[in-house]
Write a protein that binds this ligand. Sequence first.
Ligand SMILES: [Zn+2]
Length: 140
Amino acid sequence: MNDFSRLKNMSDEYLEQLFSEIKEIGQLNTNLIRYLEDTFPEQGEKIIEVLKRKVMKYIYLPSGRVIWMIKGEKQKRYLLYPKIFCSCQDFYKNTVIKKTRPYCKHIIAQIISEALQIFIEKEKEDEKFNMLIKRLKSEF
Ligand SMILES: [Zn+2]
C-alpha cells in the first residue's frame, strides 16, 4: 500500500491504534520522533513543533464542558475535537473538502499529548466559554 492510500484509509480505528502505539513508547523521545517521521513523512517535524507550542485542555465549570485548543503560528489558535475536527485551514481543505486524509497535524498532536499526558489542563468558568467562542470567530 502506498503512503497515499494508507493515509486515505485512516479511520478512527487507525487513530485509536496510533494512540496506543504512542502510549507504549511512553515519552517524547527519539523513538517517538522516529516513529512520527516514519508514520507521517511530510508532517513529522511539524507535529513536534505543534507539541512544543502546547496543547491546552480547558475544562469549563460547573458544566464540565471540555475544550481542546492548540496554538498555531502567528498567535492563531485552533479549536479541536479529538480525532474528529480541527478549526485550521489545512483540516478544512484536505479533510473536509478534498478528503485526502482524516486529520491535520493538530489532531495528531492532540492524540500524542493525551497519550503521553503532556497537555496543559486549566479550569475555567462557564461564562468564559461564550467569550472564547466570540474571540475565536473574530480570529477567523
Ligand atoms: Zn488543524
